[in-house]
Design a protein. Structure first.
Length: 268
């Protein structure tokens, strides 16, 4: 795993001229709190409470998060000049040793029968997290996070998102003809499913990022609809924010402009 961003759905409301983009990003877990400060984003993310301990250990051992830069400590939020080459080598070794210690303690707690919602917390500083994010408003995020004042890791995330969006051609949506924005739907499903079913299927597939078992699954609409119903019954509503219908207004509907969120349609 590495810092990355890929487009899941990219739609342009031809009436309001507002673009809605959904991406799947991979970023270090330790900067996720900074990403969460952007309130115009709708998000779902892989969860330390949901991923099996052995799977999380395998992930951090095979693909651990390593800092992009080793800057010198100084007052303020930005690091100073890079450490010397020898000091950087020692710092990398100390980081890996901390990872090995965390894994050792995680295995001990696992053997004692402690639940993953606690054990996996020890591994978070060394773990990547997958996040599905949807938004119509991106300028403030790019202004803050591509800035040289931003932490290098979230700066890299922002640049990956900007690059993905710059190289994507949005699908034009007409509020009266083809209004649907729905991540993870196959092209045939976009045509064959009615709007309600399509949005429910998309919501279920977005929810699966929480436990990292989305990739490689064969599409199964019945299972998706069953999962979406369970999510509704349990009031897990965030996965219903990524689907939307193009509307006729440039005003905000919740955190989107020009688009009516599935969650709003459901009254959640």
């Amino acid at each position: 795993m590495k810092i990355s961003a890929k487009i899941l759905a990219d739609s342009y409301n031809q009436h309001t001229k507002i673009r809605l983009v959904t991406l799947e990003i991979c970023q270090p877990r330790y900067i996720h709190a900074e990403f969460m400060t952007h309130r115009v984003f709708s998000r779902n993310a892989s969860s330390s409470r949901a991923i099996p301990i052995s799977k999380q250990i395998d992930l951090v051992e095979s693909s651990p998060v390593m800092p992009i830069e080793w800057g010198q400590n100084k007052p303020g939020m930005q690091a100073g000049e890079p450490l010397s080459r020898s000091a950087q080598t020692e710092a990398e070794g100390a980081w890996i040793q901390a990872l090995n210690d965390a894994v050792r303690h995680a295995r001990k707690l696992k053997d004692l029968g402690v639940h993953k919602q606690l054990v996996n917390r020890l591994l978070e500083p060394f773990a990547f997290i997958k996040v599905i994010v949807s938004a119509t408003e991106w300028k403030n995020f790019f202004d803050l996070r591509i800035s040289p004042l931003a932490q290098p890791e979230i700066q890299r995330v922002a640049m990956c998102i900007l690059d993905a969006m710059s190289n994507s051609a949005p699908v034009t949506r007409d509020p009266h003809v083809n209004p649907l924005h729905a991540p993870y739907l196959l092209p045939s499903e976009q045509v064959d499913l009615d709007l309600r079913t399509a949005m429910m299927v998309s919501a279920a597939r977005c929810a699966r990022v929480s436990y990292l078992n989305h990739d490689g699954l064969e599409p199964n609409i019945d299972k998706d609809l069953a999962l979406a119903k369970r999510l509704l019954d349990d009031k897990h509503a965030s996965c219903f924010e990524h689907q939307a219908l193009a509307n006729m207004s440039a005003q905000f509907v919740r955190n989107f402009r020009g688009w009516t969120q599935h969650r709003d349609i459901l009254g959640l």
